[in-house]
Design a binder for this molecule. Structure first.
Ligand SMILES: NC(=O)c1ccc[n+]([C@@H]2O[C@H](COP(=O)([O-])OP(=O)(O)OC[C@H]3O[C@@H](n4cnc5c(N)ncnc54)[C@H](O)[C@@H]3O)[C@@H](O)[C@H]2O)c1
Length: 351
């Protein structure tokens, strides 16, 4: 990559906008041109930290130093801000979910094509080490052919914040966390999704889902279960993988867990074991003669690669990691999950 600095401005200086600002300030390739937020308190906060602020979106978009605009505002505002920015020939990084629906997303992708600028979404959880371990196990066949993956996020504090509790602003957990879980699962395989079954939960009493379960069936028989709970007090593992040659569990972000691979499954002279008020051979445990245990692989990861990839793409030396067609595929799945959850039926599709 060339030695130049890439001017980036951030729109929305709340939780995630502050994260982008911090990342950009740490990157030698980036120049943080400034931030804009509709909330005067956020502007004051940015100024108190010595960050340049803009008085309007128009002023930000008119700044020639700004090459890339990062949009970190509530979900319902992404589409109009992104299109306005692209019409001003700015490259756009949009927080996830990139849009409220596939219709908005199509318009955004069209605007990027019409104006010859980059459009991508911040699918940053492709750099999570737990996901990278799963991807490695999937790609390297560590468990043989994987036929089931369960991916879960769990919390106990309900839906966080204000706008996330409303439909109007694109709240709910399918939109908030579902996008990450689906993007991760979809980047494992190019197989088509053929059906989705989903349940949406409303335990905490808001108009949007505070959690969901989705069973996603691919054409080759691979099944993924994605689940988000925001009101649960005992967590299930972050990941559970079943393959024809083994099983893996990843309990948490620290990669606590294990891989168990089968060495010899011909061992059928098994004695029944006591199982609660009866006996069973089905649940008889295995020993080290027939299975091998190992640790979850630790793969080094640096999320700054997300921006470095955009800079490299602008220089023509790289191609986008988070591609518009992948963002669209993920958005289509989110729409089907919401639909399947609302009608409470298995929904057939081709995604
Ligand atoms: N990728 C991730 O890991 C991740 C994590 C958290 C949030 N997000 C996403 O980031 C976005 C922002 O979420 P958040 O948690 O930071 O929300 P937030 O409420 O903390 O911050 C949003 C900010 O946008 C400002 N804002 C609202 N409308 C605006 C407008 N029209 N123009 C300028 N500023 C405006 C608000 O004043 C606020 O400061 C959402 O799309 C969310 O889904 C992504």
């Amino acid at each position: 990559m060339t030695e130049r600095k890439y001017g980036v401005a951030v729109i929305g200086y709340g939780g995630m906008g502050s994260w982008h600002v911090k990342e950009l300030l740490e990157m030698k390739e980036a120049e943080l041109c400034g931030v804009y937020d509709i909330d005067p308190d956020k502007i004051e906060k940015a100024q108190s930290l010595g960050i340049h602020t803009y008085t309007s979106l128009e002023e930000l978009l008119a700044d020639d130093r700004v090459w890339i605009v990062t949009i970190a505002t509530p979900n319902d505002t992404h589409c109009s801000i992104a299109i306005q920015a692209m019409q001003m020939k700015k490259n756009v990084v949009c927080e996830k979910p990139a849009a409220m629906n596939t219709r908005e997303l199509s318009e955004m992708i069209q605007a990027s094509e019409d104006n010859h600028v980059i459009f991508t979404a911040h699918h940053n959880r492709r750099w999570d080490q737990d996901y990278l371990a799963v991807k490695q196990m999937y790609d390297q066949n560590t468990l043989g052919r994987i036929f089931n993956i369960e991916s879960r996020i769990q919390g106990s504090r309900g839906i966080f914040g204000d706008w996330r509790k409303t439909r109007e602003h694109g709240g709910g957990m399918v939109m908030d966390w579902g996008v990450h879980l689906f993007d991760q699962l979809l980047t494992l395989t190019k197989e088509k999704i053929v059906s989705v079954y989903a349940q949406l939960s409303y335990v905490t009493g808001h108009e949007v889902d505070d959690g969901f379960k989705a069973v996603i069936q691919f054409a080759d028989g691979f099944v993924c279960q994605a689940e988000v709970n925001t009101y649960t007090f005992i967590n299930l593992p972050r990941w559970y993988l079943q393959g024809e040659k083994g099983t893996a569990i990843i309990n948490d972000w620290e990669l606590e867990g294990k891989i168990v691979q089968i060495l010899d499954d011909s061992d059928d002279n098994v004695e029944p074991v006591a199982a609660a008020s009866g006996i069973s051979r089905t649940v008889a445990p295995r020993d080290e003669r027939t299975v091998k245990e190992s640790k979850i692989p630790h793969i080094s990861s640096n999320v700054q690669e997300f921006y470095q990839n955009i800079f490299g793409t602008l220089d023509g030396e790289d191609s986008l990691i988070v591609k518009p067609d992948e963002i669209m595929r993920c958005m289509k799945l989110m729409e089907v999950v919401i639909y399947a959850g609302e009608v409470n039926e298995v929904t057939h599709c081709t995604i």
